[in-house]
Design a binder for this molecule. Structure first.
Ligand code: 5GP
Ligand code: ZN
Length: 114
């Protein structure tokens, strides 16, 4: 998708502070962090949202969660606890329409989320 921000980051056309990358998954720091650790984990493949994940994406989604665990360990947020969140649609506040998982940690979080 040529007009997609996160495809642009995956292609290296738009700068981001990368913390992990492989052939299928990319992770980078959120530009407006909502916690001391706030990393976005995305598939390189353009998938719009959770609603657009299909059966053939199963391995990919598993890889994304493995990366989430690895980064949580690397970032030192395992002991305190952390969240992995995918906002989907307007009520959840999704603003970028390329599937991404927020890895958040480093502070006390409330439940239910706002
Ligand atoms: P959403 O609101 O769709 O769940 O999450 C989109 C996230 O992307 C937001 O937390 C926002 O701060 C982040 N974001 C938006 N534009 C950029 C950008 O250009 N670079 C980076 N690193 N993050 C961005
Ligand atoms: Zn995209």
């Amino acid at each position: 998708m040529s007009d997609c921000l996160f495809c642009g980051i995956a292609d290296g056309k738009i700068k981001a502070n990368l913390v992990y990358q492989d052939e299928t998954v990319l992770a980078f720091k959120d530009i407006a962090p909502k916690a001391p650790v706030h990393i976005l984990i995305i598939p390189r493949k353009h998938i719009v949202s959770v609603l657009d994940i299909d059966a053939s994406d199963g391995v990919l989604i598993g890889q994304i969660f493995q990366v989430a665990g690895r980064l949580a360990r690397e970032q030192g947020i395992v002991e305190g606890g952390f969240r992995v969140v995918a906002n989907s649609g307007a009520d959840a506040g999704q603003s970028v329409f390329h599937l991404h998982f927020h890895l958040l940690g480093g502070r006390q979080m409330s439940w239910p989320p706002g």
